[in-house]
Design a protein around this ligand. Sequence first.
Ligand code: PLP
Length: 458
Amino acid sequence: MTQTLSNSIAQRDIKFQLHSQTNPRRFEEQGPLVVTRGEGVRVFDSAGKAYIEGMAGLWCATLGFSNERLIAAANAQYHEIAYYHTFFQRTGPGATDLSEKLVELTGMEGGKTYFATSGSEANETMVKLAWIYHTVHGKPAKRKVIARNRGFHGSTIAAASMCGLEFMHREFGLPLPGFLHTLAPYPYREMCEGEDEGAYVERLAEELEQLILSEGPDTVAAFIAEPVYAGGGIIVPPSGYFPRIQDVLNKYDILCLDDEIVCGFGRTGEWFGKDLVGMKPDMMALAKGLSSSYFPISAVVLSPKIYGAVAEFNNQGGAFGHGFTNSGHPVGVAVASEAIKIYEELGMPDHVKKVGKHLRARFEKTAETSLIVGEVRGAGLMLGIEIVKDKTTREPFPASKQVGAMFDRIAYKNGLIARCMGDVLGFAPPLILTEEEADELADIFDKSLKELEGELGV
Ligand SMILES: Cc1ncc(COP(=O)(O)O)c(C=O)c1O
């Protein structure tokens, strides 16, 4: 990245911009990677160097970085009406069409769609809706939310409180009271010796039940989870996990909130992650792939019983006291509708299954001979590779070595943007990736891993 320091954008950026999830002092020394252009699955920096974007930006540019149909859809909508809102009984045809489409696509029969702008807003909206639901059902004390260790749900205050990652809490004195965390399903690291998957799932369900009982079931409103962990290390739960967890939730009248912000729209090889893992949510939060992030738009799809509660709460004439200026923005809904049309035309979930299988097979082949690949895991085009010091004992490298960050640095140099989560190397490329591009990605991965092994002296 230092090559960009002579660039005045880099110098001015150091002077003026505060960056998300970036160490300020390191940034002052190293400066930004200035990304100027995108084409298909690639982005280009200010020096003209190309990178395969192995993370689709932030798991979001599902249709790559230059989709002409999405650009045209935005452009056409800007010419119709460049802004309007969905407060006070108003809508545009696009918001109506998309709300219908999302109810149909998610299988939330009889449900409704609520629009917001970001993933964090969608997740917080689900929490507020859960509070209304329980209040209407005579249980206003049901306020607490149980999330899971390692989960990521966003950066606004309640969404960050639901994250199960220390780095989202430590600067801010979070989580807020009433936001609790239960164990992560993380078989590679946390299944005990001699424990099979069934027993592991049972232990996780028992731990959840104990937490509910110790807090008081009448104080717990909802449970939130990503079907497959994204930022927490790309982890697929053991089979039977969600159905068993759901038994516990049902027993204590606790709503199930599904954070599909990364998993939705084909990322896992299914339309939605819930279908991969057998989750039956009361509400779903959608963002990122909803519009391939060509416009900031998110949505909550809610089941009829949740809508019924909102209507009932306001049956004396009050208005649902919630909303974002850009909820149902006409350009956002136009782009999202076009994105969904493209997913349908391409048969995106099946394409992802096929290319994901191909990429995974390449990673697994490398894992056979590498001394430091402990596990290759994931679903569809959401793949994680856990680096370890010892494959047999699964001993990690000392955290101070930052092997994940070492890999990212080497991969950058070789023209691949990856994303380490600790010592897990993450890959979530644009879903339009072809098998040839997957091979290219895997070739750069192999080369970078060899260089990493060289630096580590293994
Ligand atoms: C699973 C998940 N949920 C929620 C969010 C938050 O979305 P946003 O940054 O749009 O608020 C993210 C962002 O990466 C995410 O990965």
